[in-house]
Design a protein around this ligand. Sequence first.
Ligand SMILES: NC(=O)c1ccc[n+]([C@@H]2O[C@H](COP(=O)([O-])OP(=O)(O)OC[C@H]3O[C@@H](n4cnc5c(N)ncnc54)[C@H](OP(=O)(O)O)[C@@H]3O)[C@@H](O)[C@H]2O)c1
Length: 329
Amino acid sequence: MNYRVLGKSGLVVSELCLGTMTFGGATSESDSIEMIDRFLERGGNFIDTANVYVSGKSEEIVGKAIRNRRSDVVLATKVRMATGSGVNQRGLSRKHIMDGVEESLKRLQTDYIDLYQVHVVDHLTPIEETLRTLDDLVASGKVRYIGCSNFLAYQIMKSLGISDHNRYVRFISVQPQYSLVSREMDREVLPLCLEENVGVIPWAPLGGGFLTGRYERGVEPSEGRLTAKAGESRWELRSTEKNFAILDAVKDIAKEADKTPAQVALNWLIHKPGITAPIFGASTLAQYEDNIGAAGWKLSESQWERLDQVSALPSEYPYRFIEKFRREL
Ligand SMILES: NC(=O)c1ccc[n+]([C@@H]2O[C@H](COP(=O)([O-])OP(=O)(O)OC[C@H]3O[C@@H](n4cnc5c(N)ncnc54)[C@H](OP(=O)(O)O)[C@@H]3O)[C@@H](O)[C@H]2O)c1
């Protein structure tokens, strides 16, 4: 396992982060605990959860699994989504964040969260209120670092500016969807994060399983994540001809490199400039064993380039136009 510093901080994380969105749901409690054990034994130290995953069960299981080795783990969780039907049981107000952190700490059986992330932007709450609250939580010791997820580039930049102006702690990481089949962040978020030294920890790095090679053109799946009616990984969104062309390249390279498609897709991401640590999911221990094999090695330069090119976004204004005027000495 290799390690990286998360954004502009001294926090060192493994190059793969273990996602726990299925823990207590599609993944049984005993398999979830076993997965965390194997991940930590293998040198992984970075675990991502959220207060709403499986209605709090994911946090409970993570808390149980790491209770006796809390300091070995960089524990990331989130706040923002609805935790009840009350009008203040959602969002990024001071009230909901303060309530949310207490509930997460209880479920996680700890007195601090390493990385507290706001799950999605909240258009109702002034971002100043959210950032001031997060700064207070860091000052109180309940939270050590803060990050955001599912923010537009201008919202990230505005937040960084407000934090700097007020001398609040700033986001050290961003958690967007990003993979070979979802490269929208190439336009603005990745360049911003590179320039501002903000860590990027992508979710759905396997496109919800699409990039593992288990799906075929024209064969609509009858089980698994891609059958979901809503969500970013549903079949209707994933099964485009471009995505299958990307998958063909992943499979070719997997054969050539004697790796699996999942390992190749994750390895491309681990070595993408600006990416700190993909957050991979695994519903079963077998999937976990496959995916963890993406760490500790590197695709050849030509294999990496082939994947980068086949998955690139189309050239578009204004990026195309502005790029022509890039001056270099
Ligand atoms: N911030 C956010 O808004 C947000 C949103 C989503 C996720 N996340 C975080 O990111 C993590 C990962 O997200 P994700 O689960 O969408 O990512 P992913 O790694 O792209 O997809 C994981 C899913 O793909 C399938 N899969 C994984 N490895 C496989 C393998 N080797 N062979 C066959 N199938 C395999 C499994 O689904 P099946 O059940 O179909 O087998 C598994 O649950 C989550 O756990 C969570 O921590 C954050």
